[in-house]
Write a new protein. Structure first.
Length: 198
């Protein structure tokens, strides 16, 4: 398994980057959003990778500039009908944070804009990944000491964690989630409602 490449960026194509590591050039297919952020050729770069082996297409290396992109890619390919290249297309259209927002907001139209993804498959992505993405986003948060208020529930805490990892400040996330929260609501319902106050 190749976990990552670290070396000199040799060059890029429309769909991939070539990284030279110890005299060997590795080509990794990458989302367009990551390709756009690569440095100039000749500069050092780290690319996190996923090695895919398929009896029809052979061995293909997929690359990502962040571990978040790689994690989202791995989640996407667990969805039936979403292969590695379709997953790359989705991430090219919607970087991880935007994709997470689309999943939380049930925005199938945004996901369906990716090449090879229709409305049916986009809805399937949302259905199968909403809970997984929420758990994954929450797990990335470092433990933070805070005062636990009487109305705090595990669902509220999970929703706040999801909002924070989407880029909102903890203060804004707590304010919005508390305003949206009602007794008996799931973390997903609180998170979706919180977007109205952000």
């Amino acid at each position: 398994m190749i976990a990552f490449l670290h070396g000199e960026l040799y060059g890029v194509t429309d769909t991939s980057a070539i990284v030279e590591c110890a005299g060997v050039g590795y080509e990794a297919l990458m989302p367009a959003s990551d390709l756009a952020l690569l440095p100039e050729a000749g500069e050092q770069v780290t690319v996190f990778t996923y090695l895919n082996v398929n009896e029809n297409t052979g061995v293909t290396l997929f690359g990502f500039l962040t571990q978040e992109s790689l994690a989202m890619f791995k989640l996407l390919i667990t969805v039936s009908g979403v292969g590695p290249k379709v997953a790359i297309g989705i991430l090219s259209t919607l970087p991880p944070t935007e994709l997470a927002r689309a999943i939380f907001a049930d925005d199938a139209k945004a996901i369906a804009k990716a090449p090879g993804v229709g409305g049916k498959l986009a809805s399937k992505v949302i259905l199968e990944l909403k809970d997984k993405v929420l758990v994954a986003e929450s797990a990335k948060l470092p433990a933070e000491p805070k005062t636990v208020e009487k109305e705090d529930t595990p669902e509220l805490a999970e929703a706040i964690a999801g909002l924070t990892t989407l880029g909102y400040s903890r203060k804004d996330a707590e304010r919005a989630a508390r305003r949206a929260a009602e007794p008996g609501m799931s973390a997903e319902q609180i998170l979706n409602g919180a977007f109205r106050y952000l």
